[in-house]
Unconditional design. Structure first.
Length: 374
């Protein structure tokens, strides 16, 4: 792709209200993103296509005026950051198969080369990992990396950190997926680890420079961790651990889910034990994972926990109002006021329906009265 067009991919990706879904719609609507950048979005056709409320449109227009595509491109060069877009051949093929793949990936390291040659396996778990959990994550990551798998995790404290370390100690490759810009390695104490990963794998993100590690970013980050992987292994997780968001995405993406059992007296085992009850494969060693994939002719065949079937059944049971609101809710957070505006319903009715969808495990409320699908 020509540099001139790439600049506008970077510029549009900088606009906070233009997430993966809206950016893909811009690509479909305009002949180029450069043309889209200079176009008026305040037309009924475009607003309907992009599902833009008045407030969101105002935010987009305000941000566009503050962004210089040439300057943004220069900043990437200054930080020695590479990018790959979904329209380019080097974009990881496995990631294209997920719902709402990131249109732009920023990275350090050798993401393209690694994902063309190696198979990915995600290892995630609690930030408050026990000695047992850290030891297991490190050992299994080292053994899988030694067997040729690239270990994918989120650079967080606890299990993520030890999964990356295990891969590096085995002289294998690992990918860290961030929920912020590459200029803001999070947590800060893992900066040295990120440098090591950069030299033996890749550090990647879908978020532009200067994006803070805000809570809302991590569910989006988690879908990339699972999306790059044939399967996701959970080592330690409490009942409501953020690591379980990664397994939800893995299930929707048709990937395998594995879980390591722990003590019945540990709250950090409850999440793993619940996954096993639901059909996740119990893992005692890396051999359990290697055997699972060695038996297959296809790269992946879909998860042992048939989450898609469950969701399909739930969809059939939704009311008309529930289906209507789901049309507007995606992985891009949407405020309750905008949902009400787009659906042309009263605030009280929207609140009632959103609560019902939450109870049916179709959506999730995040901070600031904003909602995403799960």
């Amino acid at each position: 792709m020509e540099k001139e067009e790439l600049k506008y991919w970077v510029a549009w990706n900088k606009v906070k209200e233009i997430g993966p879904i809206r950016l893909s719609k811009l690509i479909q609507h305009f002949s180029s993103l450069e043309e889209a950048w200079s176009s008026n979005l305040n037309t009924s056709e475009i607003r309907k296509n992009l599902r833009l409320g008045k407030e969101t449109l105002h935010k987009i227009e305000t941000e566009r005026k503050q962004i210089d595509p040439e300057q943004e491109w220069g900043l990437l060069k200054k930080w020695d950051i590479k990018i790959i877009t979904i329209k380019e051949d080097g974009y990881p093929a496995i990631l294209k198969n997920i719902y709402s793949p990131p249109p732009v990936i920023y990275y350090w390291g050798e993401l393209v080369t690694i994902m063309q040659k190696a198979k990915g396996l995600a290892i995630v778990g609690s930030r408050k990992a026990t000695y047992y959990g850290r030891k297991v994550a490190r050992e299994i990551a080292a053994e899988l990396a030694g067997a040729g798998y690239v270990i994918i995790s989120g650079l967080a404290k606890g299990i993520d950190t030890y999964a990356h370390l295990g891969a590096l100690e085995a002289q294998g490759q690992t990918i860290a997926v961030l929920g912020c810009g590459l200029d803001r390695i999070y947590p800060p104490e893992n900066r040295n680890l990120a440098k090591r990963i950069k030299d033996n794998g890749a550090v990647i993100t879908e978020f532009p420079l200067f994006t803070k590690p805000e809570k809302n970013n991590f569910p989006r980050r988690n879908r990339i961790i699972s999306g790059l992987s044939l399967g996701t292994l959970v080592v330690e997780a409490a009942r409501k651990s953020g690591a379980l968001i990664t397994t939800d995405y893995a299930l929707d993406q048709g990937r395998e889910v594995f879980a390591v059992p722990g003590s019945i007296h540990s709250f950090l085992s409850t999440g793993c034990h619940n996954l096993i009850k639901q059909g996740a494969k119990l893992v005692n060693s890396s051999q359990d994972i290697l055997e699972e994939f060695s038996e297959r002719e296809e790269p992946f065949r879909g998860s042992t926990i048939d989450n898609k079937e469950k969701k399909s059944k739930t969809m059939q049971e939704l009311t008309g109002y529930e289906k209507k609101l789901l049309n507007y809710i995606s992985i891009e957070p949407l405020h309750i006021d905008e949902i009400a505006e787009l659906a042309a319903l009263s605030f009280s009715k929207v609140s009632e329906v959103l609560l019902s969808l939450e109870l049916k495990n179709m959506i999730k409320e995040i901070e600031g009265k904003r909602y995403i699908t799960i």
